[in-house]
Design a protein around this ligand. Sequence first.
Ligand code: AMP
Ligand code: ZN
Length: 666
Amino acid sequence: MANIKQIEKEIEKLRDEIEYHNNLYYHNNDPEITDFEYDTLVIRFKELLTQYPQFRDKGEVLEKVGNDLLDDGSTITHKERMYSLANAYSLEEVYSFFQKIYSAYPKYDFEVVLEQKIDGFSINLFYDQGKLQYATTRGDGFKGEVITSNTLTIADIPNQIPYQKSLEVRGEVYLSLPEFMRINKEREESNKKLFANPRNAAAGTIKLKSSEEVEKRKLASFIYSLGAHDSDLDINQAELLEFLKKEGFSVNQHYQKAKSLVEIKEYCDLWDKKRTELAYEIDGIVLKINNINLQKELGFTVKSPKWAIAYKFKAEEKETILLDVQFQVGRTGAVTPRAILEPVYLAGTTVSHATLHNADELERLDIHYQDTVRVIKSGEIIPKILSVNLEKRKSKANKVVFPSRCPICNTSLEKAGDEAIRYCINLSCPAKIQKSIEHFTSRDTMDIEGLGEALVSLLIEKGLVKTIADIYRLDYDKIRSFEGFGDKSVSNLKKAIDKSKVQNLDKLIFALGIRFVGSKVASLLAEHFGTMEKIQEADSVELEEISEIGEKIAASVYDFFHEPKNIALIEELKDLGVNFTYKQASSKSNLLESKSFLVTGTLEKYTRKEIQELIKGNGGKILSSVSKNLDYLIIGDSPGSKLDKAQQIASITILNEEDFLRMINR
Ligand code: AMP
Ligand code: ZN
């Protein structure tokens, strides 16, 4: 085995050499070596870095490789469509899928290739003359986003392969669990929002602007299929995997051939059980007919191959111990029980609490302290307790009882109608004040930087803040005398608070914490009425004139603005100089100048009207039908025939809502 010192030396030498030639090539346009020689250096360098990641450098020279490739962020039409997979949620569905096929095609022997279904995002790599030309995401299946420079930082994706003909190669890019946890830990330390799971983290990473950042997060890949290819690669799936391996791709070693349903069951059960032992997440098994001729006979549906199916595992469940239950008082006074659990590793994250919803849920579970409970977490959903393992109940365990009084202010709790929720109705309950002030200052509302949970709690404790209005009457000299506060932090706080006075009316309405009024309804109200006074004066008929506002919301808004305490609060805010008028979003940029758009399907974040305002506000044009004049089609759920039509016109770029928002830096 090569001596480690020698390896380090070789890596250093290669790094210097590549840097030197990069410089000649990119800056002087005067290369000294052939492309082939250069690529040989790069391949060796990548290979060594993969094997000896400890010698990777910050700002690794590799990132600078490939700058002559297509720009990241543009879109490319896949040479062959990227399909999705049909799903099966039980083994019975899987069996019947294959039984149907093999009884319709009796001349073929039963042979299915079983692969782990990697939970990442799919990637398309296009090689020609043995060189990676570009990498794209799957996009809408027809066109993908170019991610070449970021992909070049992925250590196990080769820049160069022996195969010389042009070839699309496909696979999944993922983040290993240890790497995912490292990234989240780092984010936690710098107060950034955590990634919900490795898949989101991987997909977020590849879209980063800085390849240097991407390289720090060690993405990896498994390659398993082809797109457009020459007929010499019309080979069986198992042979294809071997071919890919030989070409230098990372191929998942756990694939297996099955010749019977029993073998399928064994493999699926095995990995369902052992998936937690893997260093990466899998969410099922992909089963593919091995024989290429049978694959060809079967062909594709509009969405997926008819010769493959994905068997999805059930969401992971685990047992852990209920250590305690906290009863939390929310902004509205609703009291919610929260289970404190012995930390357990589940579906990519460490789970240490779960929601118990309300008193009915406690009854349903008949939960006792120190119970062994079964928790489930699927995707981004908050962990939930499924059941209690009664066999493991401790003999003298106490039942968890829903308190009859507010755990903070001791006021007797009340039920609202036949809702299962119990409320603390004390208007000056410190917990409610704390939560409503936190809501008022948070990013989505008045956005007062620096006034978070801890400081709010301190201000309440010191008696400086009793209502929302008190935020605008703070005694800054007192705050300066608090431990840990200096001139700088106090002046920053004052600036942030002053700045919030000019927030737009929709933010203020949302910030007030009116029941059933989220950011969307707040915007509707602000836009429709234009001023706080008009909203205050509106009766329920006028409120219900807004099509999205029904009886329930209208009643809540009306009640809020007719409650004497709230009337007084709003009066105070006005006197303190808080903005009460709505400023229409005017033309904010010309980012979309001379570009035309059409929206189809249901969007998630915006109504049709809102997104059209955004387009116009940023200088874009709205067209009413799909034609050659259209530049972008924005699609939501169930897009319909406009999408089909747009797919026929190569110059139209298809975007989802997120892609679009990114275009205008939202
Ligand atoms: P879904 O997104 O749940 O419809 O599943 C389909 C996706 O699974 C494909 O588009 C691939 O990105 C992904 N996938 C993960 N592992 C494999 C595999 N071994 N074979 C095929 N597709 C896979
Ligand atoms: Zn209370």
